[in-house]
Design a protein around this ligand. Structure first.
Ligand SMILES: [Zn+2]
Length: 143
């Protein structure tokens, strides 16, 4: 039987399918009888989908007895995205979150970028544009 963490690493984020919920850093604790999740932010429509996907993955692997707990405090921060997760975001064409300043263009790496819209293709992303290669890209938003 796969370990709980292995099962959780197969659950993809519904909005960014290249990222697993483990990459995203929302899996806070894994114990024999429970897994603890912290949603990326409350109000994100992906939150319920993630919980349902975790439930389905656990059930499928024979872990019906494992409970899913949700902890909101401390709140999730984009700092919890793993290094591997940041690389996957960049490879997918999404700028990993930055705590301050401008995100670098995930396509050409240029530092000169500008925000086009606070709202990208989903509520968790903002639309940015690179001033060097003129390509638009999504920025994973910080909360
Ligand atoms: Zn660029």
């Amino acid at each position: 039987m796969s370990s709980l963490l292995e099962i959780l690493s197969t659950v993809a984020d519904p909005e960014i399918p290249v990222l697993s919920i483990v990459d995203l850093g929302i899996v806070r604790a894994v114990q024999a009888d429970r897994v603890t999740l912290t949603p990326t932010y409350t109000g994100c429509p992906a939150t319920l989908a993630i919980e349902a996907a975790v439930r389905a993955a656990l059930d499928q692997a024979g872990h019906q007895a494992v409970a899913i707990c949700t902890v909101l405090d401390p709140p999730w921060t984009s700092d919890w995205i793993s290094l591997a997760g940041r690389e996957k975001l960049r490879a997918y064409g999404i700028a990993p979150p930055v705590s301050r300043g401008m995100p670098a263009c995930p396509l050409c790496g240029a530092a000169q970028t500008e925000e086009v819209s606070r709202f990208g293709s989903t509520p968790c992303k903002a639309l940015w544009r690179c001033l060097a290669c003129a390509e638009p890209f999504d920025l994973f938003k910080c909360h």
